[in-house]
Design a protein around this ligand. Structure first.
Ligand code: 7RM
Length: 635
């Protein structure tokens, strides 16, 4: 028997050792016993990080949708696959069973084919969090088209550059979307994006808000009538293990976004296996990841990972603040959610509102809590643990990236003892290394360095679409024979990892390497502080000095800023040492964030360094308006 479901800490170590001693044998067993293949592989793994090139399960033939749909029909056809919770809490939730999902995916796949989409073609999906988003993804996979989902909060410019980069033939969108009390004119954004892309052959439009939109004859088609006509069976295209499954864009620190390309077989095996273990999913559980499917978290842990395990996965259309800040907990109670996976930024936003919104709801169904996307600060961790998990649900702080496809460093709940702010241990098969600046691996414990991965895992992105050289330069050139993550990390006395932030966030003050996360942690401990971000700016003596941007709870009304500054620096001195004290502290209305909730320290750094002419494009930010405010009030 392979070790598909790990239930104990001892077992974790055993399986981990097995997976690194003989990775090929290990992954072969997992692949063999838990997935359906039309043809088995000829070779489990071939790799060369110098080229770089990685291939898993070469020669195998499969279709991921047969693993996510067809194979579940006999055993759980009437089980809910997707539980759709609409933006408006008064609108009924929709339970889509595996049988229904199968039929809807097949119909959609037939529509794609009818509109001329073939295996290998790229299809851009620009949809809100409605069932059609998951269905269109699976429909592409069904016929071997490469989906490229663009988060529906992105602008027309961001959308058109992605459509252009991957040379998509078709766009799938909706008339509009709901976002809390607002509606958004999605189709209008698509029209604007397509102004300079005549190459797009068709635009399929799902009806969501019933708005009056412009339909361009010969290009734009309403989905519903097409779906009605389509057959509800569609043969799954036979895919090679290494055929691309999707492209997903991720922004780099410089230059245009990188279209990360993920494979079919390796991606499937790794996301399914991590899903099962990291969330300890059991048959009657209701799993909810609050991410948008426009991010890798949604691809891997709303769609593919859960469905490959025959799970029930919740898809939430709305926002945490609508109709009020109790919405998440309302949904947990209503659907008896057992696993809840969200981002630190959401936890901080909810914690800021106090506990009254939490206390109204029965959260006793929860078994496992997860976080992803950013380092979780100590305060937020404890708030989550105490108020949501009632100290009974383990928190899995999962570190991974768009590029890694699946979770890489994480506790296994009920097995790995958790430790606040630590992602803890590498997942099965993952071989991390900490590197110093001269390219040497740092061995032993209680050390800090740059996080690399020494050996390929099945879901590593295979290339950057159209730019293999950039893939090599970005990930495989910093260190010899290693995948470089771009993150800094420390390893504690027992070997647990703590991610300290992007390496470009590491600030060297008087020769001391300081990660942003621990300092922000100390600041956030202050009872008046909601959130903070620190960056470096040039200093005559120290080389760099620290600049802190601090958002206060309740906008800090009636607070004396000078006293607050002293108290914050005292906290830092107590927790880290005087070396980490801030030279400047600015109180801000908010912090600039990406749409997926990551603080954009790059922008804050430019402001602190007085380089506001070099801010670059801020239009894709969640809250571009705070940038002007911060510039105005610089200290
Ligand atoms: C899944 C995702 C990747 C970057 C990554 C880190 C940061 C993600 C954690 C984290 C600390 C975590 N993909 N990051 N998870 N930092 N602890 N648990 O977020 O491509 O959008 O971002 O996010 O810096 O390199 S991503």
């Amino acid at each position: 028997m392979s070790n598909y479901h790990i239930k104990q800490f001892e077992e974790y170590f055993q399986v981990y050792r097995k997976s690194v001693r003989n990775p090929e044998q290990f992954w072969e067993e997992i692949a063999e016993e838990h997935f359906v293949w039309r043809k088995k592989w000829d070779n489990v793994l071939s790799w060369d990080f110098k080229k770089p090139e990685v291939k898993w399960f070469e020669g195998a033939k499969l279709n991921i949708t047969e693993n996510c749909l067809d194979r579940h029909l006999p055993t759980r056809g009437d089980k809910t696959a997707i539980l759709f919770e609409p933006n408006n809490p008064n609108e009924d939730a929709e339970h889509i069973t595996y049988k229904q999902l199968y039929a809807r995916v097949c119909k959609f796949a037939n529509v794609l084919k009818e509109k001329g989409i073939q295996k290998g073609d790229r299809v851009c999906i620009y949809l809100p969090m409605i069932p059609e988003l998951a269905i269109s993804i699976l429909a592409c996979a069904r016929i071997g088209a490469v989906h490229s989902v663009v988060f529906a909060g992105f602008s027309a410019t961001a959308l058109s550059s992605r459509i252009n980069d991957c040379d998509a033939k078709m766009v799938i969108t909706s008339d509009g979307s709901y976002r809390g009390p607002k509606t958004i004119d999605l189709k209008g954004i698509v029209d604007e994006a397509l102004n300079d892309i005549p190459g797009i052959q068709s635009v399929l439009v799902a009806k969501r808000i019933n708005s009056n939109i412009n339909m361009k004859a010969g290009r734009d088609y309403w989905l519903d009538p097409l779906l009605e006509e389509a057959y509800s069976d569609c043969n799954a295209e036979l895919m090679d293990a290494e055929d691309p499954l999707f492209i997903l864009y991720t922004s780099g620190s410089t230059g245009k976004p990188k279209g990360m390309v993920h494979s079919s077989a390796g991606y499937m095996v790794y996301t399914a296996y991590t899903f099962k273990n990291v969330f300890q999913y059991r048959d009657n559980d209701v799993y909810w990841c609050t991410a948008d499917i426009g991010w890798i978290t949604g691809h891997s842990y709303i769609v593919y990972g859960p469905l490959a395990n025959g799970a029930t996965t919740v898809m939430f259309e709305g926002v945490p603040s609508y109709p009020d800040f109790g919405r998440f907990w309302d949904i947990v109670e209503k659907h008896k959610v057992t696993q809840f996976y969200t981002a630190p930024t959401a936890i901080r936003a909810l914690a800021k509102q106090g506990t009254e919104h939490v206390e109204k709801y029965d959260l006793s169904s929860l078994k496992v809590l997860g976080t992803v996307g950013e380092p979780i600060n100590e305060e937020a961790w404890h708030w989550y643990d105490e108020n949501i998990g009632k100290k009974k649900s383990p928190i899995v702080d999962t570190w991974w990236q768009t590029e890694t496809g699946g979770i890489m460093i994480t506790p296994i709940p009920f097995s790995t003892p958790t430790k606040p702010t630590y992602a803890t241990l590498p997942f099965i098969g993952i071989q991390p290394a900490l590197m110093d600046e001269s390219g040497n691996e740092i061995n032993g414990n209680q050390v800090e360095g740059r996080l690399c991965i020494k050996f390929p895992w099945p879901s590593i992105a295979r290339t950057i679409w159209g730019n293999h050289q950039r893939y090599k330069d970005t990930y495989f050139s910093a260190y010899d024979n290693m995948y470089f993550t771009g993150d800094g990390a420390l390893r504690d006395e027992v070997g647990y990892y703590r991610i300290t932030g992007r390496v470009d966030d590491v600030i060297i003050v008087s020769g001391h390497n300081l990660g942003t996360a621990p300092i922000e942690d100390a600041i956030n401990e202050h009872p008046a502080v909601a959130e903070s971000a620190i960056v470096g700016f040039p200093h005559d003596v120290k080389g760099n000095a620290l600049y802190g941007y601090v958002t206060l709870k309740d906008s800090g009304e009636g607070r004396n800023h000078d006293n607050l500054r002293k108290e914050i620096n005292q906290l830092i001195t107590d927790r880290i040492g005087p070396i980490a004290k801030l030279d400047k502290i600015q109180f801000t209305v908010g912090l600039p964030k990406t749409r997926s909730g990551k603080i954009m320290r790059r922008i804050l750094r430019k402001i602190a360094c007085n380089e506001t002419d070099q801010l670059g494009d801020t239009s894709t930010l969640l809250n571009p308006e705070v940038v002007d405010d911060i510039i105005k009030n610089v200290v």
